[in-house]
Design a protein around this ligand. Structure first.
Ligand code: FES
Ligand SMILES: [Fe+2]
Length: 420
């Protein structure tokens, strides 16, 4: 059982909170879709771990990631003008380039160059991978970026962004807790069955599975096991790279097709979810409006953290008439809206000491053990699973699904995961 103290330890990420420090000091942190960083557009407001930043794409493609407030007298650089390789503050005209140097400071009339060179600017290395932009907030020289199977150059990807007003851990647990899909998302699943490439999904989700999990060098592997009528085991693997990335196979007979959940930790009570569909053909990376019935007119407002059409008093925007018409949840815009509604309904930070976990929650329970162990590992001065600081780098295997003969363990069958 999770205690209140453990709950606080896992959920809180602002300031000196140990979980926030663990994330910043050991992992690259996702903050935007690459496609949303366009040269010439205004700087992108980014919030991570309770701190505000401004990100922009410079003329030659480089991404600048700076503390939001101007080093001169603290006006927001979100108001700045993008000029060539930098951003110019509109208050007094200082210009800071994408590498974090003050390159012009017109308010300094003597020895301006020497003065500018001595001004410290909070700036952080950025890496683009798999259609997302990731930042290293851990200081020092940025470590190598992990090898992520959904970032392979030849894959097609489709990302959507959901901004959810609850703790990062509620979002992450939603990505690990695959048993909810057959209930919460059942209307979506029924609709998605018409796509042939997802034909395994019906089989995958028709009956409740048993779950087995194992710790790995990068985090956690969870297998959902179901018996087939021919006496084999159908195994669906979810891979989790601690603590922000989860991938699961949705491919049926199309290898390397899957769904990706990437959590961006905004502050103690908000997170952003990047949800991606990935595959080797445009059709296998089906767009979310196909698989999730997202209303094409629905565009999340980047400054609106609700992502939902109502607060508690409006049942988070639930449409009861839609339910009367046969929709299971009454959230018809998107399966992400269904996830956001249930996660938000728990409160900003759910009290896990009041839960009653059941046998299908084994992966969630394992994840929490892993997070607490990772905190203890760092406390002891060692490197936690999946840390970007691990010698030799980090490689996340692809998620997969397979049929395994009776008597063969799925752990043996999964030994060569990248061949799938
Ligand atoms: S506050 Fe930015 S230039 Fe003065
Ligand atoms: Fe979900």
């Amino acid at each position: 059982m999770t205690t209140w103290a453990e709950n606080e330890l896992m959920a809180r990420i602002e300031g000196d909170a140990p979980m926030g420090r663990l994330m910043r000091e050991h992992y690259w942190v996702p903050f935007a879709q690459s496609a949303h960083l366009v040269h010439g557009d205004g700087p992108l407001p980014v919030r991570l771990f309770g701190e505000n930043y401004a990100a922009f794409r410079a003329e030659h493609g480089q991404i600048g990631f700076l503390d939001e407030l101007c080093p001169h007298r603290r006006a927001s650089l979100l108001l700045g003008r993008i000029e060539g390789d930098g951003v110019r503050c509109i208050y007094h005209g200082w210009k800071i380039d994408a590498s974090g140097r003050v390159v012009e400071c017109p308010t300094q009339t003597v020895r301006a160059e020497q003065f500018a060179a001595r001004v410290p600017v909070g700036h952080y290395p950025v890496q683009e991978a798999g259609g997302l932009a990731w930042v290293w907030l851990g200081g020092g020289e940025a470590p190598d970026f992990p090898v992520l199977p959904f970032a392979d150059e030849d894959l097609y990807r489709h990302w959507v962004t959901a901004q959810v007003p609850c703790s990062w851990l509620q979002g992450l647990e939603g990505s690990i807790d695959s048993v909810h899909a057959g209930v919460l998302h059942q209307t979506w699943i029924a609709a998605s069955l018409k796509f042939a490439e997802h034909s395994n999904l019906s089989f995958a989700l028709a009956e409740a599975p048993t779950y087995e999990t194992e710790s790995t060098s990068y985090g956690l592997r969870a297998a959902a096991l179901r018996k087939t009528s021919s006496g084999q085991k159908y195994v669906r693997i979810t891979e989790h790279l601690l603590p922000l990335v989860t991938i699961t196979s949705t491919g049926g007979n199309t290898p390397r097709t899957g769904a990706v959940f990437v959590i961006s930790p905004v502050d103690d009570t908000h997170h952003v979810l990047f949800f991606g569909t990935v595959g080797p053909t445009p059709h296998s990376a089906v767009t979310l409006d196909q698989i999730a019935m997202q209303d094409p007119a629905y565009v999340p407002d980047p400054l609106d953290y609700t992502g939902l059409r109502g607060a508690r008093e409006q049942r988070w925007g639930q449409d009861r008439s839609l339910m009367t018409d046969g929709h299971f949840t009454g959230f018809g815009r998107s399966l992400l809206e269904e996830d956001a509604a249930v996660q938000t309904s728990m409160g900003p930070i759910v009290d896990r000491s009041k839960e009653n976990l059941s046998s299908s929650d084994v992966a969630v329970a394992h994840l929490r053990r892993l997070l607490l162990e990772a905190l203890a590992t760092v406390e002891a001065g060692e490197i936690p699973p999946g840390s970007a600081l691990r010698p030799g780098g980090v490689r996340l295997p692809n998620a997969r699904e397979m049929l395994v003969d009776e008597g063969v363990s799925w752990e043996d069958a999964v030994l060569d995961p990248l061949s799938h």
